[in-house]
Design a protein around this ligand. Structure first.
Ligand code: GTP
Ligand code: MG
Length: 195
C-alpha cells in the first residue's frame, strides 16, 4: 500500500468524539508497552505522530489517524498496566469496550504481542473476544529485533499455540526499531479492503 498522506485527526474517550465520516477503521490493541504506538509510527514512516514512551500507560485515549483520506488506523490504550488505580482501569476498560463492541465501521482489530514472550492470559482473553466479534485474523508480534533468528520459529509457534490461532490466521513479526516487517503488515491490511 502506498501511503500518500497520514494525519492525526482526533482523540476520543466517548462515541460522540469519534470521527463522523464513518470511513473504515483498523485498530491496534495489546498490552501496555507492547509497541502499538511505535508500530503505527513505523507503518507511517513518522517518528512522533503517535506518542510513545518507555513508561507503560502512555496512550490513554483512542487516537484516530487518517491514511490517504481513505481509512483510519486507530491507536488504543494498552491493558495490563499494574500501576494505575482501579477507577482508572475501569474507565479505560469501558472506553475500549464501548469502541470495540459498538463501532460499525471497525473493519479489523489487530492484536499485538511481544515476540519474546508467551502471550499473557489477558492477551488470550482479548484475542478470544476479538475472534468472537469476527476480528483477529492478524496478529502482530512486536520487538523482532530483540530475539535471534534462530529463536524466531519457536517463538512464533508458542504465540500461535497460546492464542489458539488457526492455520488461516496470520502472524506478522515487526521491529519498529529496525523497521522490519512493515510492508507485510500493509499488505495484510490492504487485503481487508480488496476482499
Ligand atoms: P501504551 O501506549 O502504554 O499502551 O504502549 P504502546 O503499546 O503504545 O507502546 P509504545 O509504542 O509506547 O512502546 C513502548 C516501548 O517499547 C518504547 O520504549 C518503545 O521504544 C519500545 N518499542 C516499541 N517497539 C519496539 C521494537 O520494535 N523494538 C524495540 N527494541 N523496542 C520497541
Ligand atoms: Mg501507545
Amino acid at each position: 500500500m502506498k501511503i500518500k498522506t497520514s494525519d492525526f485527526v482526533t482523540s476520543a474517550v466517548a462515541p460522540s468524539q469519534y470521527p463522523e465520516d464513518m470511513l473504515p477503521e483498523v485498530a491496534l490493541v495489546g498490552r501496555s508497552n507492547v509497541g502499538k504506538s511505535s508500530t503505527i509510527n513505523t507503518m507511517l514512516g513518522r517518528k512522533k505522530l503517535a506518542r510513545i514512551s518507555a513508561t507503560p500507560g502512555k496512550t490513554r485515549t483512542i487516537n484516530f489517524f487518517i491514511i490517504n483520506k481513505e481509512f483510519y488506523l486507530v491507536d488504543l490504550p494498552g491493558y495490563g498496566y499494574a500501576k494505575v488505580s482501579k477507577t482508572e482501569k475501569a474507565s479505560w476498560g469501558k472506553t475500549m469496550e464501548t469502541y470495540l463492541a459498538s463501532r460499525k465501521n471497525l473493519q479489523e482489530v489487530i492484536l499485538l504481542v511481544d515476540i519474546r514472550h508467551e502471550p499473557t492470559n489477558d492477551d488470550k482473553m482479548m484475542y478470544d473476544w476479538l475472534k468472537h466479534f469476527g476480528y483477529g485474523s492478524r496478529v502482530i508480534a512486536t520487538k523482532l529485533d530483540k530475539i535471534t533468528r534462530s529463536q524466531l520459529q519457536k517463538n512464533l509457534k508458542i504465540i500461535r499455540q497460546k492464542l489458539e490461532m488457526t492455520k488461516e490466521d496470520r502472524i506478522l513479526p515487526v521491529s519498529s526499531l529496525k523497521k522490519q516487517g512493515v510492508e507485510e503488515v500493509w499488505n495484510s491490511i490492504e487485503e481487508l479492503f480488496i476482499e
